[in-house]
Write a protein that binds this ligand. Structure first.
Ligand code: KG4
Ligand code: ZN
Length: 428
């Protein structure tokens, strides 16, 4: 039975193969995607500091999921050290994948495909996941589905809830800070992006300055402390208030927090007063940074609705999406525009294997899959560390820190468009 299922998924973008497979594929007109039987997809994520693996069925059931995070390894360095992250992925990946396969009750041979993060992220880390995927693919003749990490963050909420295109998605984590509009599978317009740091980086930095233990993360410890603080005690000035774009900037918040902390440190003698001013700084910082985020998302929503007036949903994903204050502020904003706010389950806001498996499934449904047979595997194990999702709608500055760097891969939207054309031509 599994052999049959596997044969259904072994899509190869070659005319003869597709013609042969056409009998097994059915096209659901109402959903505008292809239907397969129930397939089992292994998802592997290693783009940064979380090793994730999961098995998800094409009908959306999560058979097994595990994540190994590296917080303890990087904590003492005050940031992610790529070499240590790579070593940790290398040490964990085999056993993590074995465990999810065991948890699911399947064997490698039962897998229909392997979805793996191809980018963006740290090259050294991406390589570990890609090598593992290629190894299993080679041993068991299973196709590999390369996945864009941010697309996976955006799509995973659709596994849990019915969210139709077009939708907007705010992706806020330690590595990303963008607001996107998706008009369809693989079609992304970037409504706003950060000009410097991500909001997660700013939360982490201020947690370090306040000497908080990052449990489970710097952002989470700020949120806890802020709940007892006075958000009006310290005034943070907001950046980019006069430009009409949805671009974000977070580096100024870190500098302002550093000044407030330095100014106060020497005055505080007893532990209760220390706790009070730390809580007030955390609350004031959190209020200001979220205020900036929301003001910019508001501008982005207006643009998004102009582009796609029938958009009804906004998703928030990434580690910072677990922040309750942010959810409340976004909920109020969404209501104002008649949008429905959704977010993935808390464990799937951060990097995980389920989102990678699910993005692979969504791509398969649209006939967008490379097959391991059609790929030169040694070429494929070249991660796309800088890989934009799509075009930027409007920007206030000509280039950002990340745009100036070289080796940027062709954006996912352009790539998807050319793959779709190729797939349609092959079916004719
Ligand atoms: O998505 P994620 O787990 O990893 C990547 O960065 O890819 O996001 C981690 C980020 C960290 O910067 C962390 O401090 C932040 O998400 N974060 C939070 C909260 N929980 C995690 N920030 C604010 N409030 C939280 N409750
Ligand atoms: Zn991520």
């Amino acid at each position: 039975m599994f052999g049959y299922l596997k044969s259904q998924i072994s899509l190869q973008i070659s005319k003869r193969y597709i013609q042969k497979k056409k009998k097994n594929l059915s096209f659901d007109e109402s959903k505008k995607h292809y239907c397969f039987g129930n397939l089992f997809i292994l998802g592997i994520e290693t783009s940064c500091d979380d090793t994730g693996a999961a098995i998800v069925s094409s009908k959306g059931y999560i058979l097994a999921e595990r994540t190994a995070n590296q917080n303890k390894i990087h904590q003492k360095w005050g940031g992610i050290v790529p070499k240590f992250a790579k070593e940790a992925h290398k040490a964990t990946i085999d056993s993590l994948v074995d465990k999810v396969i065991q948890d699911s009750g399947l064997t490698e041979a039962d897998l229909s495909a392997i979805s793996v993060t191809e980018g963006p992220g740290l090259s050294l880390c991406l390589r570990e996941g890609l090598s593992k995927a290629c190894l299993i693919s080679h041993q068991y003749h299973i196709p590999v589905l390369p996945v864009h990490h941010m697309e996976a963050h955006a799509l995973v909420a659709r596994l849990e809830k019915k969210i139709s295109y077009p939708f907007m998605c705010l992706l806020v984590s330690g590595g990303h800070n963008i607001l996107i509009l998706s008009k369809g599978m693989g079609d992304y317009t970037i409504l706003g992006t950060t000009l410097d740091d991500s909001i997660g980086e700013a939360f982490d930095k201020v947690a370090t300055l306040l000497k908080l233990r990052p449990e489970p993360s710097g952002g989470a410890s700020i949120e806890r402390l802020a709940s007892n603080g006075n958000p009006d005690r310290y005034r943070f000035s907001l950046p980019l208030t006069n430009c009409g774009t949805a671009d974000f900037s977070f580096s100024g918040f870190k500098s302002a927090a550093r000044i407030f902390i330095k100014r106060n440190e020497s005055f505080q003698k007893d532990s209760e007063r220390i706790l009070n001013w730390k809580s007030d700084i955390a609350a004031s910082f959190q209020y200001a940074i979220l205020d900036h985020l929301i003001q910019k998302v508001r501008i982005g929503i207006v643009t998004g609705l102009k582009e796609s007036p029938n958009c009804r949903d906004i998703i928030v994903a990434g580690g910072v999406a677990t922040n309750k204050k942010l959810r409340q502020m976004l909920f109020e904003l969404a209501v104002e525009f008649g949008l429905k706010l959704s977010y993935p389950h808390t464990t799937r806001c951060s990097d995980n294997g389920v989102m990678i498996a699910w993005a692979g499934i969504e791509r398969l449904r649209h006939g967008l899959a490379y097959s391991s047979k059609s790929l030169n595997l040694s070429k494929f194990v070249k991660p796309k560390s800088r890989w934009p999702l799509g075009n930027i709608y409007l920007r206030s500055y000509r280039s950002t820190k990340s745009m100036r760097k070289r080796d940027i891969s062709i954006d996912l939207t352009a790539l998807t468009e050319s793959e779709m054309k190729r797939f349609t031509n092959n079916l004719q």
